[in-house]
Design a protein around this ligand. Structure first.
Ligand code: ADP
Ligand code: MG
Length: 356
């Protein structure tokens, strides 16, 4: 980095010659003279500050310090350090001239030969946001593991509860029997949740093999179509024939993803309708499997929650299907895209890297 600073300084002195490099340098650069007046800045700096250079050049650099989300004391300490050592740096949050919040890494250094201060700003916002998202996913997977072991532990006491309610059935009066029937129903429901939960959190043997997706999809459709038909739903497929769609993956896991998605589509159409399944190769690099329904759709506010474990809008739902699917697709190097319109329908696109 120091080398670059030196380089840019030389460039400042011979501005004409190096104008191009200065303007297109990936970090924001700004020069301030000894009186604190801004001399020059590049277009990257304009972008970071969200301000035109005409509003900054010729003005006091204090105007820029005001943008930083720091206490007065910290700003004083920063300037003191700069004066004492000739350089200082900090990470902080900054509010741009348009009011947007950014995370920045700022370095200021005094150039000995010219007494000009060079300020270099790197916008770290995307990195910080990504880190936050990552932490969120990590904590979700820890929660998932914890929940799986709790689910195991709950199974045994539930079995004994079931046994005792059956015994009570024989000795209680009519009212008691009605209450016991309700208790039994609820136990059954708890069991269903646990079964589905343990199913999706089950560790797999992670055996990857080449899978011909079209073949696998036909298998899934043949399995699901009769259930769909009972609900007045027709499943139709359009499998682009010219490409062989081979992916490398865990066959059972990939199968579960499509079964879950078709199951969700069926559940979204209580009055019947159509499910369209399309396979297509995109730029010969990826394969896209789209499962589209004509169901109730997903409200915009819920779109970013549907992949969270336990998020469900169904009275009998577990909210585990999509969270599991997203883990599976991610672990296969793929992505999921959702588009939905309330009362019109939903489309899930599963995009997986193709194997040649
Ligand atoms: P569950 O099916 O047990 O509710 P999922 O993780 O499979 O759990 O789905 C989470 C939520 O996402 C569902 O409760 C529903 O609100 C929404 N959802 C998923 N797929 C669809 C779909 N095809 N149409 C409408 N909503 C859907
Ligand atoms: Mg589901």
């Amino acid at each position: 980095m120091r080398g670059l600073v030196k380089f840019v300084l030389v460039e400042y002195e011979y501005k004409q010659k190096f104008e191009h490099i200065f303007q297109f340098f990936s970090n924001g650069l700004l020069f301030v003279d000894e009186q604190g007046i801004v001399l020059e800045m590049n277009s990257q700096m304009e972008e970071i500050l969200q301000a035109d250079k005409s509003k900054i050049i010729g003005f006091n650099a204090i105007k820029l310090l005001d943008l930083l989300d720091m206490s007065y004391e910290s700003k004083k300490a920063f300037i003191a350090e700069l004066i004492r050592f000739g350089q200082a740096e900090l990470f902080c949050e900054m509010q741009t001239f348009l009011g947007e919040l950014k995370y920045i890494h700022m370095k200021v250094s005094k150039q000995e030969d010219t007494n000009v201060y060079l300020t270099e700003i790197h916008d770290e916002s995307e990195k910080i946001h990504m880190k936050k998202r990552l932490n969120h996913t990590e904590s979700l997977s820890t929660i998932g593991q914890l929940a799986a072991s709790i689910a195991h532990e709950i199974r045994n006491p539930m079995t004994s509860l079931k046994g005792f309610t059956q015994l009570l059935q024989q000795t209680t009066n009519e009212d008691g029997k009605r209450y016991l029937a309700v208790i039994n129903e609820e136990i059954k429901r708890m069991e269903e949740i646990l079964t589905e939960f343990l199913e999706v959190s089950k560790p797999t043997n992670n055996e990857f093999e080449y899978i011909e997706l079209k073949e696998l999809l036909l298998e899934v459709v043949n399995f699901m179509a009769p259930q769909a038909l009972l609900k007045n739903i027709e499943v139709s497929t359009s499998l682009q024939t010219e490409c062989t769609c081979k992916v490398l993956g865990d066959r059972n896991l990939i199968k579960q993803v499509f079964m879950n998605s078709i199951k969700n589509a069926i559940e979204a159409m209580p009055k019947g309708g159509n499910i369209y399944i399309t396979v297509s190769c995109t730029e010969k690099k990826d394969v896209c499997i789209e499962i589209r329904d004509q169901g109730q759709g997903i409200e915009a506010a819920q779109l970013d929650k549907i992949f969270d474990p336990f998020f469900t809008t169904k009275s009998g739902g577990t909210g585990l299907g999509l969270s599991h699917s997203s883990q599976v697709i991610k672990s296969h190097g793929g992505t999921i895209e959702v588009e939905s319109k309330v009362e019109v329908g939903t489309s899930f696109k599963f995009i997986l890297p193709l194997q040649k």
